[in-house]
Design a protein. Structure first.
Length: 318
């Protein structure tokens, strides 16, 4: 119950409240004022300090960020010291590393067999770099290289390399048959235009249909996924053998209807021999079609074949 004669105080506004708080601190010692301030405003102070720190870091990164003089990716490589290669190639190509960055990514991995979230992230990153014209060169094992080449990721080497330069790599040029690429693209477009397919069960000899799902049976693909959902127990020796055989077919333009040179085999290069970075895989060099630094990309190819460079000092052990 309210006392007799009690009247609520009139609200005087934020200005008066602030004035009252200042009056409270007026007669306090310096230490008391600091304790008073910290008690009431510590959260605000911490938030403000953090914003200043992160804001400063962001501004610093923006101001100090450099454009790329070269960006290369060595996909599925191993035991490569990227910084050592960057410094060495920067010197070889006479890049101004005070003004520009030289980036060589030798850590990214991409497998069509494990199909993990990491593989998907790597693929998405490469596509983004392709679209933003950031990427200049992609080196990958034959299986991955072929997939990207079939999707026209690489430029015709004749556009940026002279006949004499290409002649130096005679016998190790990677060709793709554009007639086959166009046919595959047309087939894919036709599939997209077709109406939805009927149920996938097959008719038996007497015309009846088997429903493997209802019978509790798995298709061969489902059985493989059940046994090997994350790529364990993969026979990589068999994969490397099959990939090497497929890659070999790209050395023979005479067997193609419309051969286009889009890569250079690197397994015999001094870089690969001295670093052993691709093991049993067949690495292939490709100049990315959206590169804006093709001249530097060609220098990188020459660099990889320079036998005078101490590539064996550019490996790392994790």
């Amino acid at each position: 119950m309210f006392k007799k004669g009690w009247q609520p105080e009139n609200y005087k506004g934020v200005h008066d409240e602030i004035k009252q708080q200042h009056m409270k601190a007026k007669d306090m010692t310096f230490k008391g004022r600091m304790e008073y301030f910290w008690y009431y405003y510590k959260v605000h102070t911490l938030v403000a300090v953090l914003l200043l720190i992160f804001g400063g870091m962001l501004i610093r990164d923006i101001i100090t960020a450099k454009d790329y003089a070269f960006y290369g990716v060595m996909l599925n490589a191993s035991l490569i010291d990227s910084e050592a290669v960057e410094a060495s190639f920067g010197e070889y190509a006479q890049l101004d590393l005070n003004e520009y960055d030289c980036m060589i990514d030798a850590q990214s991995q991409l497998s069509y067999h494990s199909q993990s979230s990491y593989d998907y992230a790597t693929y998405q990153k490469l596509i983004a770099q392709l679209q933003t014209h950031e990427l200049d060169v992609l080196i990958a094992d034959g299986e991955v290289f072929h997939n990207f080449a079939a999707n026209e990721m690489f430029t015709d080497l004749r556009e940026f390399m002279s006949a004499q330069e290409l002649e130096k790599h005679e016998g190790r040029i990677y060709y793709i048959d554009m007639e086959e690429v166009r046919a595959a693209q047309e087939a894919a477009e036709n599939i997209l235009d077709e109406p939805a397919a009927e149920e996938a069960s097959e008719s038996t000899a007497d015309g009846s249909k088997e429903d493997t799902a209802a019978a509790g049976e798995l298709s061969p693909q489902e059985a493989e996924a059940a046994v090997n959902p994350f790529g364990q127990n993969i026979d990589y020796d068999e994969i490397y053998r099959a990939a090497a055989e497929e890659a070999e077919t790209h050395r023979h333009p005479e067997k193609m209807k419309d051969p286009v040179p889009v890569g250079v085999f690197l397994e015999e290069s001094p870089f690969m021999k001295k670093t052993g970075s691709y093991g049993k895989m067949v690495p292939v060099f490709g100049l990315v079609i959206t590169s804006e630094r093709a001249d530097t990309a060609v220098k990188y190819l020459d660099y990889l074949w320079d036998d005078t460079i101490a590539f064996d000092q550019m490996t790392s052990v994790y």
